[in-house]
Design a protein around this ligand. Structure first.
Ligand code: PAF
Length: 283
């Protein structure tokens, strides 16, 4: 049986714990999450374990990254289950702050991000999102002062945004991206997959399949704009309501002009019923 995972809910206690590890010359990695942990998150913990001696996992459903009408109140929660899973995957500390700890009365700061955060992908459809993410991630990085912070590639624009943020604000924590973990049928793991109906769950892997087929076309030299139109139509036909499907420069997320030999990332977001799925792959 795995041991009970240590848990703190204040920045002060988090800092004390990390400072002790630092005095002992131990390397520390942070894995920021919003809880409802699945195998994708747990693989981030495994990855963190390859980098550092002590792993902190933050669990905080950040209200600042949800717009009115999004799923803040219904977002899946399972703290007890999360702590058990983290313990079994050798995390050392869960940081589980309450809202007031992260955003105390009078809180008046937000981190405004540009560059990859304004690439007209997620930001176009969720304009509030990256300010909320950047604000909470900047806080978590400053609070934990970890050597590494691990983020999933599934949220590719988020990973690029956070990497830029840490560099721009001289935050010494190294931002590390970890590969997307998928179900056997290819669907990227996500806490929001819980919202899918039985039928939608069968259709959902078509998002990844379409990305794979489109990547193959791009690799064989097809013109990006025509490939995107085909992908859009294929997803629409499979009853997705597409927010975007785009091939972008894999580093800057800038739009591609014509056929190109720059590194390409293919990114998509689409609704299946009420559930919004995102995914991306390298080309
Ligand atoms: O990817 C997530 O789960 C969240 O956006 C993050 C990075 C934990 C910030 O709330």
């Amino acid at each position: 049986m795995s041991k009970i995972l240590a848990q703190v809910d204040t920045v002060k206690a988090l800092r004390q714990r990390v400072a002790r590890w630092r005095r002992e010359k131990l390397k520390v990695a942070l894995v920021p999450t919003m809880g409802a942990l699945h195998e994708g998150h747990l693989t981030l913990v495994d990855h963190a374990n390859t980098l550092a001696d002590r792993i902190v996992v933050s669990i905080f459903i950040n209200p600042a990254q949800f717009a009115a009408g999004e799923d803040l109140t219904t977002y899946p929660r399972d703290l007890e289950g999360d702590l058990k899973k983290l313990s079994a995957r050798k995390a050392n500390l869960a940081f589980v702050p309450m809202g007031e700890e992260m955003y105390p009365k009078g809180f008046a700061t937000s981190v405004s991000v540009k560059g990859p955060a304004t690439a007209a992908l997620e930001d176009k459809h969720r304009p509030h999102f990256f300010t909320g993410v950047a604000t909470v991630v900047a806080k978590l990085l400053i609070q934990a002062r970890a050597d590494y912070a691990v983020f999933g590639e599934k949220d590719y624009q988020q990973l690029k945004t956070v990497t830029r943020l840490a560099a721009d604000l001289d935050i010494a924590t190294r931002i590390v991206g970890a590969e997307t973990i998928r179900h056997d049928d290819g669907l990227a793991m996500s806490s929001r997959n819980e919202y899918l109906s039985e039928y939608e769950r069968v259709v959902a892997p078509l998002l990844y399949k379409t990305l794979q087929e489109t990547a193959e076309e791009l690799r064989s030299g097809a013109e990006p704009a025509a490939c995107m139109r085909r992908a859009f139509r294929a997803l629409n036909k499979a009853s997705f309501k597409v927010d975007y499907v785009e091939a972008r420069n894999a580093d800057s997320l800038r739009k591609l002009i014509g056929t190109t030999d720059e590194p390409i990332r293919l990114l998509a977001a689409a609704y299946l019923g009420k559930t919004r799925l995102i995914d991306n792959i390298a080309v």
